[in-house]
Write a protein that binds this ligand. Structure first.
Ligand code: MLT
Length: 234
């Protein structure tokens, strides 16, 4: 019998967990609107690696010491002052030749990635709809027990991350309540994302095109994973 699936539905479920919570497990982090979709897109376009930061100041300090690192991310959906890029995957459809790597800090996504990394998960994988089939293949082959980390919106649950986690479990043919949630919405995922709290927030600041981009299933066949040096690569 496959090991039980663990799910973190919101930050309170993944912050400050003891190492025993993560040990021996593959943590698949979803923040499909938009941090994990951005990481998948940037790496697929040729970015050499993504380093995630919880805090804007730490990302700035790192970029100041690494000349070919671009600063990207958001607070309240928009780039912090003096950042070269925001958190839109559409900014990375082609990788800017002036840079090798990305220093990324976002409200929830990079926090969730840092929580799984600091907790000592055996693998930290980056999940989105953009790379869902590749991710399912990877999980099947790795055979590790899964912890699905839905990054959430602020302190709360986010529908879009739960739907993506359900889509992965459906692909893996695992029985779980998230699969029912996904099946109930899959005929009109676009509507679900556009009416979600995060979707409405991004639409209100003129970023509806990001929602449609992030909805694309299997645009990329890559599985970003965190390496021992703390850099996410493919
Ligand atoms: C996050 O990490 O909270 C998000 O990706 C938010 C956003 O893109 O606006």
């Amino acid at each position: 019998m496959p090991a039980a699936i663990q799910v973190c539905y919101a930050p309170a479920d993944y912050e400050r967990r003891p190492p025993a919570f993560w040990r021996g497990r593959a943590a698949v982090v979803f923040d499909i609107l938009r941090a994990t979709s951005t990481i998948v897109t940037a790496l697929a376009a040729g970015c050499g690696g993504v380093r995630c930061f919880r805090a804007v100041a730490a990302a700035r300090r790192y970029a100041a010491r690494h000349a070919r690192t671009a600063l990207a991310g958001e607070r309240d959906g928009v780039p912090p002052p003096a950042f070269q890029y925001g958190n839109s995957p559409r900014e990375f459809l082609s990788w800017p030749p002036a840079y090798d790597t990305l220093a990324l800090t976002t409200t929830n996504g990079t926090r969730a990635i840092a929580a799984a990394a600091d907790g000592g998960a055996a693998r930290v994988l980056i999940g989105s709809l953009l790379n869902l089939s590749a991710l399912a293949e990877y999980c099947r082959r790795a055979g590790l027990p899964l912890t699905l980390v839905c990054s959430g919106t602020g302190a709360d649950f986010s529908l879009e991350d739960a739907l993506a986690a359900g889509a992965l479990l459906a692909e893996l043919r695992r029985a779980h309540p998230l699969v029912s949630l996904y099946r109930a919405n899959r005929a009109d995922l676009r509507r679900a994302l556009h009416t979600s709290r995060n979707g409405r927030r991004l639409r209100a600041i003129g970023l509806a095109a990001d929602l449609d981009f992030c909805l694309q299933r299997d645009r990329y066949h890559v599985v970003p994973a965190l390496a021992v040096d703390g850099v996410i690569g493919i």
